[in-house]
Design a protein around this ligand. Structure first.
Ligand SMILES: [Zn+2]
Length: 304
């Protein structure tokens, strides 16, 4: 199927799985108008054209379909996103893999780099539990040499991203893998039915521990946006570094517009990894939900 996101969105809209026709180009749903007992409403995922073969309920675009079935407003946002997604180059069919020289830290080793890498992880507050759970490792050669390798896996347990953190000096920033950033960080570890916390980097996510999504930057991927719209988590904490107020407010804006309870977490100049798990959660728990009006005031205050 060529447009998994459209299929996912329409499945959620109609509340049942479609038959997939014409190699993925057309989806057949039960018609919400005539309620025929077979799937007679066809939707073309390329063009948005739709048509019920029984009652002639029809239209030419996704927008008219959404109007026709009285869809909640968030589905319109997905279609807007769809246009941009279809402009992106297709995701390579090759699977992303870790470098050949990847050594997981949970494997015993006499390599001195292994010891240095473990020491670095401990200095950043990681325990053996996280080292095993997240399959953290290191590499000795190539672009990622002398780096802790932090892999991220998707909902099916497939590698979807990785980054490397230099561990001999703290002044060299992260190196990201060259794969698409249109992923959900640590997706395999996240349950969208519970409150989520969005953070910039992997070590911040380890500090938060529960249901934290590293953005590998300061903006949300389209994939994450769509997932949030479809899954509607009960609450999202936006916990970016304090130099990123503009990015934080843009994320809050998106969440509030999509009726997701939003908490802007402000740590006063430090990042979560610096202040630690307990203090970070104290601050999250003391934060108040922000509304569209709060957001407006913050934008004025920060001249954004
Ligand atoms: Zn019909």
């Amino acid at each position: 199927v060529e447009h998994p996101i459209i299929v996912e969105a329409l499945t959620s809209l109609f509340g049942h799985k479609p038959f997939i026709q014409k190699g993925g180009e057309e989806l057949s749903f039960f018609c919400p108008k005539c309620h025929h007992y077979k799937r007679k409403l066809n939707v073309n995922v390329e063009t948005g054209q739709w048509h019920c073969w029984v009652c002639d309920f029809r239209g030419k675009t996704f927008a008219t379909l959404l109007n026709g079935v009285d869809a909640p407003s968030e589905f319109y946002a997905i279609l807007k996103t769809k246009r941009r997604l279809s402009d992106l180059p297709p995701t390579p069919s090759e699977k992303l893999t870790l470098m050949e020289d990847f050594h997981p830290l949970w494997k015993r080793s006499s390599d001195v780099m292994h010891r240095l890498a473990i020491n670095y992880c401990i200095s950043r507050g990681l325990t053996p539990h996280e080292i095993i759970r997240y399959n953290i490792g290191y590499s000795n050669t190539g672009d990622f040499r002398n780096r802790i390798i932090l892999p991220s896996y998707d909902a099916h347990g497939e590698l979807n991203f990785f980054c490397g953190r230099e561990f001999s000096t703290k002044y060299i920033p992260y190196r990201l893998c060259e794969s698409t950033k249109n992923i959900i960080g640590f997706e395999s570890m996240v349950n969208f039915k519970y409150q989520l916390t969005l953070v910039e980097g992997t070590f911040d996510a380890f500090t938060v521990k529960y249901n934290a999504i590293p953005l590998f930057g300061k903006t949300m991927s389209d994939k994450l946006k769509i997932k949030l719209i479809l899954e509607k988590p009960p609450r999202v904490n936006v916990l970016l570094d304090s130099d990123a107020m503009g990015s934080s407010l843009a994320i809050c804006d998106f969440l509030i517009q999509n009726n997701i309870e939003t908490y802007l977490i402000i740590l006063d100049g430090k990042d979560p990894n610096e202040i630690g798990h307990t203090r970070t959660w104290d601050i999250i728990n003391q934060s108040e939900q922000i509304t569209g009006l709060d957001l407006f005031k913050l934008k004025v205050l920060h001249k954004l």
